[in-house]
Design a protein around this ligand. Structure first.
Ligand code: NI
Ligand code: MN
Length: 223
């Protein structure tokens, strides 16, 4: 069964037959409970955008493991220029296949230097669908993403200031309609202080069928 571990902030490790990490900010991430050398050998590294708290250690990890960085085209070009051999540039659209895993880049309402910020839909080999929203404000795209995809696990930012806050993330969950939602991108800096229990409580009233998983950094669950 695929195992998902939160490494703090927006970083998640998905361990299946292939190991995937999303937004690997390890060094300097105050929430990350492990060092770079404790990150297992990776096959795929997904980067939602080039802000330091997301691009993080992606380049070093890609070089260490000969892993593929999957990102928006312009960011893939940038990491290739930094010496990453296997960069898969893509764009917002339909499913693509990388080593038997299906990925879809989704719009995110945010900023960045290279290309545009994105979220990722990930369809694992067993058909389970994971959605990592990246850094984003509330956008009507959520409704379309929810209609087009049966999402098993959604990872949504709740910290505010740079992204959605709790209220917006509650509405996003309502329209995305995932089986499980995991709050992220909160508590790392003073500006994004948020209580995930408030998120959980609000959803219990508004959308009780969605399971809210509040993880501690380093905590895992299987799907
Ligand atoms: Ni950002
Ligand atoms: Mn961020």
């Amino acid at each position: 069964m695929p195992k998902i571990t939160w490494l703090g902030h927006a970083c998640f490790l998905i361990e299946d037959e292939i190991r995937i990490i999303i937004d690997p900010w390890i060094r300097g991430n105050p929430q990350c409970p492990i060092g770079l050398e404790e990150v297992p050998k990776l096959e795929h590294i997904l980067v939602t955008h080039d802000h330091g708290d997301h691009l993080g250690d992606a380049i070093d990890l890609a070089k260490r493991d000969d892993a593929k960085i999957i990102a928006i085209y312009d960011l893939a070009e940038y990491v290739r220029g930094q010496g990453v051999k296997n960069a898969v540039g893509a764009n917002i659209g339909g499913w693509m296949d990388v080593d038997g895993i299906k990925y879809k880049l989704t719009p995110a309402l945010h900023s960045c230097k290279h290309g545009v910020p994105v979220g990722f839909l990930i369809r694992l080999r067993d058909g389970k669908v994971i959605y990592h929203a990246g850094d984003t404000g509330f956008t009507n795209e959520f409704e379309v993403i929810g209609r087009l995809n049966r999402i098993d696990v959604a990872m949504l930012p709740i910290g505010g200031h740079f992204t959605m806050d709790i209220r917006e993330a509650v509405i996003a969950t309502q329209v995305l309609n995932p089986r499980v939602v995991v709050p992220m991108h909160y508590g790392t800096f003073p500006q994004i202080k948020a209580n995930p229990e408030e998120f959980k409580k609000a959803l219990r009233w508004i959308k009780p069928e969605v399971e809210v998983r509040v993880l501690k950094p380093g905590e895992s669950f299987t799907i």
